[in-house]
Ligand binder design. Structure first.
Ligand SMILES: NC(=O)c1ccc[n+]([C@@H]2O[C@H](COP(=O)([O-])OP(=O)(O)OC[C@H]3O[C@@H](n4cnc5c(N)ncnc54)[C@H](O)[C@@H]3O)[C@@H](O)[C@H]2O)c1
Ligand SMILES: [Zn+2]
Ligand SMILES: [Zn+2]
Length: 360
């Protein structure tokens, strides 16, 4: 049993607090990871707001890299000392999707079996089955993806959630190809990663949409060729103007509200693809003109974790990073301590940061 500090959301909407938590030694199929860096993702804030579930208290943090400190008796695919990125979709290998050769959709992903707890024994719900705003965390061994230790933890950890989700939304879900036109709604960590992904994939036009000028400046630095401030202009109209009246081949909603989804739907060219990677709140509903859903053809897709396969995509993207072809460091606006997560949420809400990364 390990007594460590972790960031806990005790109840809906309440500020998070740093608490002493108890982390069991790894049992069968589990790994104990000493967390080195963990990014603050909007999904952590969704958890704190009660937008994901009501299983408080939550141990937040899920965008992390660290060193494997111990493994359960039967674990052979990761070893003590490995430098790993934690993933929140450990592939099972035998569900109906895995059996059909589509493990990135695995319908039976899994987490550690044992519970981490508060000091009084109250079980914690780890965010996305990870809980990495903590000095140590217990995960399923399959949640650990080994990568090249030459990459710094601050950059590597980002691939554990938001950056992978964004890049994957572009390259895996949308299958952006050379010469495509792409629009990205919402230029936070996820949206900018979608922009970086679209650039890697060879898109010729990448239009960034946000409500905040600073976000649009950053979006340009990741590869946006055009920007639209949706406070001052109708993004659908501007996107059509930029694309000779046609709309884009791929429209990615990295906000996840009905307004941006509708804009993505309308800003798309015939036979184009809409990808939803932002996470809607449970109470939200959308209305779309049904005849247009048919008439415009193409595809309306959602992207879980960028449809990534961690064992395939994490090492590949780290390789691109080490070659200087994918700038992960640019996502890191600031490095902070565990005690600063609540303040980081406020900075995120105000749009002051792309990613605050807790360094341990
Ligand atoms: N699908 C996945 O697997 C996955 C993984 C990680 C995060 N997410 C989700 O992706 C979303 C974005 O996460 P993030 O960390 O980048 O958040 P963020 O808060 O850093 O970024 C959101 C951006 O959207 C902009 N925005 C808000 N309303 C807008 C509007 N109406 N029009 C245009 N822009 C608008 C904001 O100004 C901000 O720049 C969240 O919903 C998060 O939960 C999904
Ligand atoms: Zn499976
Ligand atoms: Zn996340």
């Amino acid at each position: 049993m390990h007594r460590v500090r972790g960031v806990v959301a005790r109840s809906k909407g309440a500020p998070v607090s740093v608490e002493t938590i108890l982390v069991p030694d790894p049992g069968p199929g589990e790994a104990l990871v000493r967390v080195q860096a963990c990014g603050v993702c909007h999904t952590d804030l969704h958890y704190r707001e009660g937008g994901i579930g009501e299983e408080f208290p939550y141990l937040l943090g899920h965008e992390a890299a660290g060193i494997v400190e111990a493994v359960g008796p039967d674990v052979s695919d990761v070893a003590v000392g490995d430098f790993v990125i934690l993933n929140w979709r450990a592939v099972c290998g035998h569900c109906r999707s895995c059996r059909r050769g589509r493990p990135w959709y695995c319908f039976s992903t899994f987490n550690a079996t044992q519970k981490m707890t508060l000091e009084d024994g109250t079980p914690l719900s780890p965010a996305l089955g990870i809980g990495a705003f903590a000095e140590k965390t217990l995960v399923a061994a399959g949640q650990c993806t080994k990568i090249d230790p030459k990459a710094p933890p601050t950059a590597a950890g980002l691939l554990g959630c938001g950056v992978m989700a964004g890049i994957g939304a572009a390259i895996n879900t949308a299958e952006v190809g050379r010469g495509d036109t792409v629009a990205v709604f919402g230029c936070g960590g996820v949206g900018d990663a979608a922009i970086a992904g679209a650039r890697l994939a060879g898109a010729k036009t990448i239009i960034a949409v946000d409500l905040d000028e600073r976000k649009l400046d950053w979006a340009r630095s990741f590869g946006a060729t055009h920007t639209v401030n949706a406070r001052n202009a109708d993004p659908v109209q501007v996107i059509k103007e930029i694309t000779d009246g046609n709309g884009v081949d791929v429209a990615i909603d990295a906000v996840g509200v009905p307004e941006t989804y509708r804009q993505a739907f309308e800003a798309r060219d015939l036979a184009g693809t809409v990808v939803l990677v932002g996470v809607p709140r449970p109470d939200m509903e959308i209305t779309l003109p049904f005849i247009e859903v048919f008439g415009r053809g193409g595809a309306l897709k959602s992207s879980w974790y960028g449809d990534c396969l961690p064992s395939r995509d994490f090492p590949m993207l780290i390789e691109l990073y080490l070659q200087g072809r994918l700038d992960l460091d640019r996502f890191v606006s600031e490095t902070i301590k565990l005690d600063d997560v609540e303040a980081a949420f406020h900075k995120m809400e105000k749009g002051d940061v792309l990613r605050s990364v807790v360094v341990l």
